[in-house]
Design a protein. Sequence first.
Length: 387
Amino acid sequence: MANTLKFGNGQWATGTGTALAYNDENANYKPLPFDFTRASSATVVNQQGLIETVGSGIPRIDFQGNTKGALLLEPSRTNVIPYSQTFTGWSLTNVVETPNALISPDGNLNASKFVTINNGVDIKYANVPVVQNTTYTYSFYCNYVGGLSLQGRFYDNTNGANIEYYDYMNQLEEGKWKRVTRTFTTPSGCSNIQVWYLASSSTFPVTAYYWGAQLEAGSYPTSYIPTSGSAVTRVKDAQTQTLPDRVVNSAEGVFYAELKALSNDNSNRYISLSDGSTSNRVVLRFTTNNEISGFVVSGTTQASFSYSINILNKNKIALKWKQNDFSFWVNGIEVGTDTIGVPPINLNLLRFEDAVNNGQFFYAQLNDLKIYNTALTDQELQALTSN
């Protein structure tokens, strides 16, 4: 078997505008650079477990919970809280702040300590613009010291009504930084809200450190977006590669990935091999809630497979194509076969989205990607995809 493209699996090389794959057949190393774009800086968790900022156009290798690292590809998001790290503009009631009291998740001495001094505590930002009937996710980092019940709150300034209180004790661990997240939907007519680190419903007394507030439109939290006076947007990550001759064998092959979704939001998220059209393509995809799929198109769909699994876990998947011989493997198990169909032609474009630019980008953590120019045996596919 010939593994003609390797990308990841702990071997990462990145630079401005590029991430490097390679072909090392016959001990002859050939670089296969991806074109990468992101028109803004962004953050990532580095090998030391700290949040760091990388510059515009530089791919991010995320080491959160993963010693080998994973390519992080995220959609565009905006943190609409103007001050995410300092407490400029925040309202503090019945609580004493000690600035720069603890090293924060970014490795700097810039996290504030808060000790409540009476009931009716408020640590809130009182003026955050939002869009009505929109799903938002609020997140922040908390290092918990003591208290029986820590609660947050959202309040609708436009309609003069509470949105919700919520308890986040189950997301904390004493003496450790934990990212607290909460998703909610703004009411009709709502254009401005208040957000809390700690609300008056919390049980007195409370001691905790806080850092890194983020409010973003979306159903799940993305990587931290620091702000220091105004809203900040992190632009989406995008990556493509035009492949040299003989990297892909259109007549037969295997498309393999080890990957983890960022969310179960029912959106279509593609990795595709194609000729630049939807008429000839091999696709791996997150589709509906907790479903992985793969399909092959040569004029019309020749084979299509789907498999329900927890896509928030790391999964190994492989799609084999060959005339009258198609199969789909997930974590060492053959979950689908098709013995009728023809292979595609002219596969030379690898995109982290569908074959055409239709907005169905691959937003996920990618640990490993491989292309083989032969159709592997069942035993080889089982070994390739086994955990």
